[in-house]
Ligand binder design. Structure first.
Ligand SMILES: [Zn+2]
Length: 401
């Protein structure tokens, strides 16, 4: 989207939400008027919001918060710093969400002839109901299967000729291992997927190669945020609903395309619970290119870690959650690990202990390379042990010496 038309949308949204006391007061504090948001420079004067701000609003204005629209009709929940927090929608919000999901599914090759099984949770949280709504909007025969119960799900897939499965990737893997056949599109969400090296390849091999594998990213407060299309070139941002920025988690500086940083989201249309420059805590990389489907702004690997757990080693920002993504690509490893950071004088040392088994020098070298690619620094040594003693994930002894 061009900056001028994006700014028009941002202005219109800011105008609408500034009628709510919460934002009217914020705009006053920031010394800004919604009309001032006519360029990126002014927009970036708006301070970031965090989940704690949202939480505080619910505490100050119980039970649904001050951002609840008078026409609100649905309340989901999402985990917050002090327990579950409400996630609120008007009829129009739900319609926009369903329409956006339906468009994504169409771009993934799904049609109204498909029979869909949704195995996401329908209770409290947003996943099941919102995904279900998208498939119904597209006109698919949609079955609300819900999570768990592998055998019953397999029976439904088989008996009703299900062609599209919406599921966590790990549950899909289980279903394919147990013989699920006939699925031509997997819509996966809720767990790391395309960010795990080799995961898609393993799933595709289980299905005999002919399947479209769609990765998805969204927050309860911002769904659907990004989705893959039929061409699997990465997760395209749903830019008619959201404006996404990638920022340095430490300084808040907006980063250029291709740089890894924290995802910051601004709603462009939401009526109930609208967010402005909301820090998601998720790390990603944004790239711009024109995909054959027509979408232009893409997160090539979706979420690649959490910005909340940064530790600096040898001057490089390291996010431990990225280690977990690397380890998932090595089936012999359990996923448990420990990072040991120490220093002698000004020289820092970074070693890693991992639990499980690794087959031979070649795999160890591959692990070392993957780790360097993910973290941008290579551990001095990686040791794989059968069983890791209980203890913290990061042992930082730099300041004890
Ligand atoms: Zn595309």
């Amino acid at each position: 989207m061009r900056e001028a038309s994006l700014m028009k949308r941002i202005q219109a949204q800011a105008e609408a939400i500034s009628r709510v006391t919460f934002y009217r007061e914020k705009f006053k504090t920031w010394g800004l008027n919604p009309k001032d948001l006519n360029g990126m420079e002014n927009f970036r004067r708006i301070p970031f919001m965090t989940l704690s701000d949202v939480q505080k609003d619910f505490e100050d204005h119980p039970p649904f918060g001050s951002l609840l629209h008078p026409d609100n009709i649905r309340v989901h929940f999402s985990p917050g710093p002090k327990g579950l927090i409400p996630v609120v929608f008007t009829q129009k919000d739900i319609r926009e969400m369903n329409r956006a999901n339906a468009t994504c599914f169409r771009l993934a090759g799904v049609t109204s002839n498909d029979v869909v099984a949704v195995t996401f949770n329908y209770h409290l949280f947003i996943a099941g109901l919102s995904i279900h709504g998208g498939f119904e909007t597209l006109g698919c025969k949609t079955i609300p299967v819900g999570p768990g119960e592998t055998d019953r799900t397999l029976e439904i897939l088989d008996r009703y000729g299900v062609t599209v499965l919406a599921s966590n990737p790990s549950f899909a893997m289980k279903l394919f291992e147990k013989g699920a056949r006939g699925i031509r599109v997997l819509f996966a969400g809720g767990e790391p997927f395309s960010s795990v090296e080799g995961y898609k390849e393993r799933l595709r091999a289980l299905c005999g190669g002919k399947i479209t594998l769609i990765d998805a990213y969204g927050l309860a407060q911002a769904a659907p945020l990004a989705r893959e299309c039929l061409h699997e070139t990465g997760l395209h941002i749903i830019d008619d609903l959201f404006f996404v920025e990638i920022v340095d988690p430490e300084t808040g500086e907006v980063l250029p395309d291709g740089a890894k940083g924290e995802v910051v989201v601004t709603h462009l249309k939401k009526e109930s619970g609208p967010l402005l420059r909301f820090r998601t805590g998720d790390l990603s990389i944004m790239e711009r290119f024109t995909c054959p489907c027509g979408r232009r702004t893409t997160l090539p690997k979706g979420v690649v870690g959490s910005a909340r757990e940064m530790v600096k080693i040898k001057g490089v920002k390291v996010y431990p959650s990225q280690v977990s993504l690397v380890l998932k690509a090595f089936p012999g490893l359990t996923g448990r690990y420990r990072m040991l950071i120490s220093s002698t004088g000004t020289t820092e040392r970074f070693d890693m202990l991992m639990e499980g088994e690794i087959q031979g020098e070649q795999d160890l070298a591959r692990l070392q390379t993957s780790m360097k690619k993910a973290l941008l620094i290579a551990p001095n040594q990686i040791e794989v042990v059968k069983q890791l003693e209980n203890g913290p994930t990061i042992v930082d002894q730099r300041h004890n010496l």
